[in-house]
Design a protein around this ligand. Sequence first.
Ligand SMILES: Nc1ncnc2c1ncn2[C@@H]1O[C@H](COP(=O)(O)OP(=O)(O)O)[C@@H](O)[C@H]1O
Ligand SMILES: [Mg+2]
Length: 346
Amino acid sequence: MASSSAKGKAPANGSNSDTPYELPWCVVEKYRPQVLDDIVGNSETIERLKVIAKDGNCPHIIISGMPGIGKTTSIHCLAHQLLGDAYKEGVLELNASDERGIDVVRNKIKAFAQKKVTLPPGRQKIVILDEADSMTPGAQQALRRTMEIYANTTRFALACNMSNKIIEPIQSRCAILRYAKLRDAEILKRLLEICDMEQVKYNDDGLTALIFTSEGDMRQAINNLQSTHSGFGFVSGDNVFKVCDQPHPIIVQTIMRACIKGDIDTAMEKLNELWDQGYSAVDIVVTIFRVVKTFDEIPEYTKLEYIKEIGFTHMRILEGVGTLIQLGGLMARLCKMNMKPELFKV
Ligand SMILES: Nc1ncnc2c1ncn2[C@@H]1O[C@H](COP(=O)(O)OP(=O)(O)O)[C@@H](O)[C@H]1O
Ligand SMILES: [Mg+2]
């Protein structure tokens, strides 16, 4: 997905132009949950963390999963609940923007592990390595000894998008917690809370659009909510899609309906409309996929065949052929699937 971020091609004609500069809602602490109880979704895994926070016996952990689903937040909440006031001395946090080469592992992390700190009884110091999959294998190798030698005073908490980027020896020393994408209802719940607290004006369409565009990524959902709110003053479906700069799924639905009927003319006309709005072939094909996936007007068998064709087209576009003809070809194949050849005999 090349351009799913909130780039905002829309004019800022909203009612909020008189408000001073506002802090981002989720990047800054404002709506970052402070305790494990406030984190939504992944309830079983969060329950486990709560038990750990209560008993205090924290193993080395790896939390892996897609962006924006609460990995970093969970680790911070856990560390706060484990260490309380001693958080400041008891935690060393390094994320991808910090230098984390072999030298840092050998010096800084080791020095921290050796440091004497007064902690609540039965607790250990915590080293947080956020976005650990961006550490080089070399640095990870240097880490494994430190993890073992100082395990009784220092525990490691790693967050990463892909756990397979963490070398095996570290994986085997850790409890691996996998976070799933957040469900629509879970994102909705949080969005509603924030709308309430920020007194955002919205309609149901707007919330549906936020959920659709965020694809289970809470950070994205909250950011888009804020962008729409500050850009337009009202969160409606249309405004959200303008801010998110994604093809409008309603148009894509029209295209799909035309394809099911074998009506290539309408399909192409609508496709041209999207193309003229400046969306790239990847944007369009990705939206087509996401619409088809949840479109209940297509019979199951046809849906599977459609997804297959969309997949092939996606692949060709990523290989470099992102032209209108490529997308037109997809339209033609989707239309053809529901046509009866007999009807075309001369
Ligand atoms: N499960 C969640 N519950 C509540 N808020 C969340 C959740 N996941 C993400 N957020 C919001 O998104 C922001 C980013 O979350 P973060 O934990 O940094 O994501 P990542 O998984 O990428 O580390 C948080 O500040 C918070 O506002
Ligand atoms: Mg993170």
